[in-house]
Ligand binder design. Structure first.
Ligand SMILES: [Zn+2]
Length: 414
C-alpha cells in the first residue's frame, strides 16, 4: 500500500488505494455499524497506514484491520449508512501506479433497475421469485372489514422485492406485476423460466373465527410430494417441462421410468430440504416482528409449492379474520417489517448455503460452517457439501470419523 486518498462530494465519495502491484481483491459490506470490508488477497506488502478520519463524509474512517490470512491484507471503511460500493482497478497511467478505486454513491435508488440474474464479474445473482398470492377475480381471503388478501400479499411482495433488489448478489422478480389472475401452474413456470433459486409465495390467512392470529410458514409435505411424483410420471409427455433442467437428461421412455423417478426424487428432496431449512429461518425472523401462529414449519399441499425443481415456501403473513391483525396487515409500516424479516432470513440462508457460481458463493464460501445435528455423519456431510470426507477431516483436524452434536465444522471450499 503506497497511499490512500479520499474525495468526498455531496452525493458520492471516492476512495483510492495506491498500490505497488495490480490488486487481487474481494469485499463485502456489514451493517450495524455500516462497513465496507476489502481484502487485498495474495499480497504480503506493508499496509501499515494510520486511520484516516473523515467524519463529515459518507466514509467516516478508513482503517487497517486484522487480515483473514497471512497472505492477505484487510482494510475497513466505516460508513454512515448503507451504500452500494462500486470497486474497480486502474492500471498505471501518467504519474499514477496501480490503483483500486472505491466509489460510494450516496443517493442510490432503493431498487436499482437491472435484469434478473445479471452477472456481476461472472458471478450470478441469487434469483428469488416472489409470488403475491391470488389476484384479479380471485381476491383470496377477505378480512373482517373487507381487506383483500390479494392486495396485502402484493404490497408485502413488492416491499420484499425492493429489499432484495437493493442487495448486491441478490435479485428478485414478482410472478405477477399487477392485479390480475395467474393460475398456480403459471406461477411456478414463470419462476422456472427465470431460473429462480427459490420461490416465496406470500399470502394472508382468514379463518371462520376471529381468534387465530399470527404468521406461519408452509412447505410441501414429503408424502404429498411423492404422490405428485407419481402423477408427473403418469403424465409423461410433460416431464421435461416440469423438470426444467433435470428433464433434459431424461429420455421419456418406459424403460427409463426408474431413472426418471430417481432423478425426480433427488431434485424433489433437495427442493424440500432447502425449503424446509429456509422456512425455519423465516419463522425465526418473523417471530421478532410479529406474532407467530405456529412456531414450526407447517406442512401443506398448496399447489404453488409443488414444483420439484424449485425450493418453495409459502408465507402466511397473518390472519385478516382477526380485527387487530387485519389493521396491522393494512399498515405500510407493518408490511415493511414483515418484508424485512423475510429478506433477512433469505439473505442469511443463502449466505450459509450459497448456490455454486453465485457472487454469494465467492463472498461467503470461505466462511461456510456446519453445526452438527442429530443424525449427521461425516460421509453424509461430505456428500451434502460436495467435498471429500478426508478434506472435511483435514479442515477440522479430526483424527477419527466421529463428530458430536453441536460441534461446529468448517466446510472447505470445493
Ligand atoms: Zn392465499
Amino acid at each position: 500500500m503506497e497511499g490512500v486518498r479520499i474525495w468526498p462530494s455531496p452525493d458520492s465519495t471516492r476512495v483510492v488505494f495506491d498500490l505497488a502491484a495490480e490488486p487481487k481483491y474481494s469485499y463485502f459490506t456489514l451493517q450495524n455499524p455500516h462497513r465496507l470490508v476489502i481484502d487485498f488477497n495474495e499480497t504480503t506488502g506493508k499496509f501499515d497506514f494510520n486511520d484516516i478520519e473523515n467524519p463529515k463524509s459518507l466514509v467516516k474512517k478508513v482503517r487497517p484491520s486484522k487480515a483473514k490470512s497471512s497472505d492477505s491484507r484487510r482494510v475497513v471503511l466505516d460508513l454512515t449508512k448503507t451504500v452500494k460500493p462500486k470497486l474497480f482497478k486502474l492500471k498505471p497511467y501518467g504519474p499514477h501506479g496501480h490503483r483500486l478505486v472505491v466509489d460510494l454513491q450516496d443517493d442510490m435508488p432503493r431498487a436499482p433497475v437491472r435484469t434478473v440474474g445479471e452477472f456481476t464479474n461472472g458471478q450470478r445473482d441469487i434469483v428469488i421469485a416472489i409470488d403475491p398470492g391470488h389476484g384479479g377475480h380471485d381476491p383470496g381471503a377477505v378480512g373482517v372489514s373487507g381487506t383483500l388478501e390479494k392486495r396485502v400479499a402484493f404490497a408485502i411482495s413488492k416491499k420484499l422485492a425492493n429489499l432484495i433488489n437493493a442487495e448486491r448478489g441478490m435479485a428478485a422478480f414478482l410472478t405477477r406485476n399487477g392485479d390480475y389472475y395467474l393460475n398456480i401452474g403459471r406461477r411456478s413456470e414463470i419462476a422456472r423460466n427465470k431460473k429462480a433459486d427459490v420461490l416465496i409465495s406470500v399470502h394472508a390467512d382468514a379463518f371462520t373465527s376471529p381468534r387465530p392470529r399470527g404468521a406461519s410458514v408452509w412447505v410441501l409435505t414429503m408424502k404429498r410430494a411423492n404422490t405428485e411424483i407419481g402423477r408427473w410420471l403418469e403424465r409423461s409427455e410433460r416431464h421435461s417441462e416440469l423438470l426444467g433442467g433435470v428433464g433434459e437428461v431424461i429420455q421419456d421412455t418406459q424403460s427409463e421410468r426408474y431413472l426418471a423417478h430417481a432423478l425426480l426424487d433427488m431434485s424433489m428432496s433437495h427442493s424440500l430440504s432447502t425449503g424446509y431449512d429456509l422456512s425455519k429461518e423465516v419463522i425465526n425472523e418473523l417471530s421478532k416482528v410479529t406474532r407467530v401462529h405456529q412456531k414450526s414449519t407447517q406442512l401443506g399441499n398448496f399447489g404453488v409449492l409443488k414444483s420439484p425443481d424449485i425450493p418453495s415456501i409459502l408465507v402466511e403473513a397473518g390472519f385478516m379474520s382477526n380485527p387487530q391483525e387485519e389493521r396491522l396487515l393494512n399498515q405500510s409500516s407493518h408490511q415493511r417489517k414483515l418484508a424485512r424479516a423475510v429478506f433477512a432470513a433469505t439473505k442469511r440462508f443463502f449466505s450459509q448455503h450459497p448456490p455454486e457460481g453465485t457472487l454469494f458463493a465467492s463472498i461467503y464460501e470461505h466462511r461456510k460452517e456446519h453445526i452438527v445435528k442429530r443424525g449427521d455423519s461425516l460421509s453424509m456431510l461430505a456428500q451434502r457439501y460436495n467435498v471429500s470426507v478426508n478434506s472435511l477431516k483435514q479442515a477440522n483436524n479430526l483424527n477419527k470419523s466421529t463428530i458430536q452434536i453441536g460441534q461446529t465444522l468448517k466446510i472447505p471450499a470445493t
